[in-house]
Design a protein around this ligand. Structure first.
Ligand code: PEP
Length: 254
């Protein structure tokens, strides 16, 4: 049985005051939700502040990216060891905004994921197709290519530590949520592909869905067999909406 995971990607939003209020709101509502792992992903500079708010709670801290290198002349990057020192347990890698706006390649994303795992930071690896790729019938091929690059570099025994996020690019921030059937179909493809590459470990990997998940959409998505939670953007900026989504995950979507 895989524990559900719901992560809130704040993107480049917030201030110290907002981070305090939002983290406190999530912590106070999370006390009855121990069957779901709740992760907050604030911008780098707000990590120390949010770490303070999450201390003594079950809510977990993560970052929105992580360097591929351990140390050195990489201006603007933040290493996995630095993130660990400030209390992070997870790091997003390969978000479509990083791929599309900042030119991050499959290879770089794979190396970021490997660097995270070396420091015991769990990568949440995002994969997903664009609208054009879906319409061209390329969804499966795109997802396989993105996954294969990662599987090539990750030590096999660490694959169970990874979280995969299926985020169709056309659904992110657009209000066009994938249907539960569309999400399940791709999640099942991901799991089957993982099973071919790593055998039974595939059943330990949590595969979460991201793309315009709102409280009214979450239950039906999380009810699908291979949807193990969500990666939430816009709706994670309001504690009540985010908690409502976490409640759906705690109920297993039912
Ligand atoms: C995201 O940023 O990963 C995301 C899924 O955003 P939204 O929920 O706003 O579509």
């Amino acid at each position: 049985m895989r524990q559900a995971l719901v992560a809130g990607n704040w993107k480049m939003h917030g201030s110290r005051a907002m981070a305090r209020a939002l983290a406190q709101g999530v912590v106070s509502g999370a006390t009855e939700l121990d069957s779901v792992e709740i992760v907050l992903l604030p911008p780098f500079v707000l990590i120390p502040q949010v770490a303070g708010e999450l201390a003594d709670s079950a809510v977990v801290l993560g970052a929105q990216n992580v360097a591929a290198a351990a140390e050195g002349a990489y201006t603007g990057e933040v290493s996995a060891a630095m993130l660990r020192e400030f209390g992070c347990r997870y790091a997003l890698v390969g978000h479509s905004e990083r791929r599309q706006l900042f030119g991050e390649t499959d290879d770089l994303i794979a190396r970021r994921a490997a660097a995270a795992l070396r420091e015991d930071l769990r990568p949440v690896i995002c994969v997903g197709e664009t609208q054009r790729e879906r319409e061209a019938g390329e969804t499966e091929a795109v997802i396989r290519r993105q996954l294969d690059e990662v599987l090539k570099v990750l030590p096999r025994e660490s694959v169970g530590q990874v979280v995969l996020a299926y985020e169709p690019v056309w659904a992110i921030g657009t209000g066009r949520t994938a249907s539960p059937e569309q999400a399940q179909a791709v999640h099942a493809t991901i799991r089957a592909h993982l099973r071919t590459a790593c055998g039974a470990l595939a059943d330990r990997v949590r595969i979460v869905y991201g793309g315009s998940v709102k409280p009214d959409k979450a239950a039906e998505l999380f009810a699908m067999a291979d949807v193990d939670g969500g990666l939430i953007g816009g709706a994670s900026l309001r504690a009540d909406d985010f908690l409502a989504i976490c409640q759906c995950a705690a109920r297993g979507g039912g």
